[in-house]
Design a protein around this ligand. Structure first.
Ligand SMILES: [Zn+2]
Length: 139
């Protein structure tokens, strides 16, 4: 019983210290969260401004990386863009167009688009390019 009585005060002190540390960790965590929100707001504001200026063109549809003026990538006719890493190769585009044509497109515009892709692939190869290359250009 005497040994246990000796433990009471050190235990009370230790548990009190842990409570204090827990409160400090909560306070620090709130500070970090507030800072993270501020950084996020600053980043969003800069992206918005640079997008208005035309320096940032948008985000990659595949990985959401920001695309800047002059970056290499692919822009679809609807305006969506892919970064260099996410862009398809000529071979992939060719296979997709061939599969679309074989399946029979829902309308003429769709078929024309596939035929245009195949023509671009032919021209790329005729100009000395390879189908294994990414279909990209300076955005
Ligand atoms: Zn991407």
């Amino acid at each position: 019983m005497k040994d246990r009585e000796k433990m009471v005060e050190p235990m009370r002190k230790l548990l009190g210290e842990l409570t204090t540390l827990e409160a400090q960790a909560h306070a620090a965590s709130a500070t970090w969260s507030a800072m993270a929100e501020k950084f996020n707001a600053m980043r969003e504001s800069i992206v918005e401004k640079m997008t208005d200026e035309g320096v940032i063109l948008g985000k990659c549809v595949g990985c959401e990386t920001l695309l800047f003026e002059g970056d290499k990538g692919f822009r679809y006719s609807e305006g969506e863009m892919s970064c260099e890493a996410c862009a398809s190769t000529y071979q992939e585009m060719k296979e997709e167009a061939e599969a679309s044509l074989a399946a029979g497109g829902p309308d003429d515009e769709f078929r024309e688009s596939s035929e245009r892709i195949l023509k671009c692939c032919e021209e790329h190869v005729a100009a000395g390019g390879s189908l294994a290359e990414k279909w990209i250009w300076e955005l």
